[in-house]
Design a protein around this ligand. Structure first.
Ligand SMILES: [Fe+2]
Ligand SMILES: [Fe+2]
Length: 237
């Protein structure tokens, strides 16, 4: 990987589909069953993120900041589940994720991609898990920093019974911490390539959710297992 800092351009690449997401979220919020599935999807993604952080945690001398990060992501998972009850539905009723298998495997595919690229770099093997944690988390926090405010604006304007303000504040703090950690790191990744990879995965997920909303199809019929090869351009760069 080449030396470069995280450029503004990388961050702006993330927000290309804002109008589409506004339209999709407006539709999702206006139909209770879709909104329940969306909240369950967010809760699932937050929980997968928590589990990934926990699998990275050293039991001995674990930094407080990472423990706090895991605790907050876990709280986000429970927060989104709890909002299902506010919509008058049972949060423990199993439901299909919006985006089906592409939502189910989004974080795992991202993580796998990061690890594969790091293994091809000259980074010492022993440092791969911690750098992978930082880079995967960076992508996820940038995505949350973009998506949650779009959702929050609609929750407000459509007078929904809950707000994401607390979650957004914590995600901003996570992003700040990850940026600081990366800035102090001797390894300098190719951030544009990284952001582009995440964007490919997220675009696939976006398209699947748009298709689900359009056709009313249940997307778990597709991609229910981990795809052997990614369909996105992210994997051929
Ligand atoms: Fe979170
Ligand atoms: Fe976070």
């Amino acid at each position: 990987m080449q030396l470069q800092s995280l450029p503004e351009k990388s961050c702006s690449m993330i927000s290309e589909k804002e109008e589409l997401w506004s339209d999709m979220l407006r539709r999702i919020i206006s139909e209770r069953d879709l909104h329940v599935r969306w909240l369950a999807t967010l809760s699932y993604l937050e929980l997968v993120g928590t589990r990934k952080i926990i699998s990275f945690l050293p039991a001995m001398n674990c930094p407080l900041s990472i423990l706090q990060h895991a605790a907050e992501e876990s709280r986000h998972a429970s927060f989104f589940k709890a909002q299902i009850r506010k919509l008058g539905a049972d949060p423990d009723q199993p439901c299909q994720l919006l985006g089906g298998g592409l939502a189910k495997w989004y974080l795992h595919r991202l993580d796998q991609w990061v690890v594969r690229v790091l293994k091809q770099s000259d980074l010492e093997e022993v440092k791969i898990p911690s750098v992978a944690y930082l880079l995967t988390t960076l992508c996820v926090e940038l995505r949350a920093e973009w998506l949650y405010p779009v959702y929050e604006t609609l929750l407000c304007s459509m007078k929904q019974p809950f707000s994401l303000k607390g979650v957004i504040r914590e995600e901003e703090q996570h992003l700040r911490l990850i940026r600081e950690e990366l800035a102090s790191f001797s390894f300098n990744p190719d951030y544009e390539r990284l952001i582009y990879a995440e964007k490919g995965l997220f675009d696939d997920l976006t398209d699947q959710i748009a298709l689900d909303l359009e056709s009313g199809a249940l997307s778990d019929r597709h991609h229910s297992s981990l795809p052997r090869e990614a369909s996105t351009a992210a994997f051929v760069i």
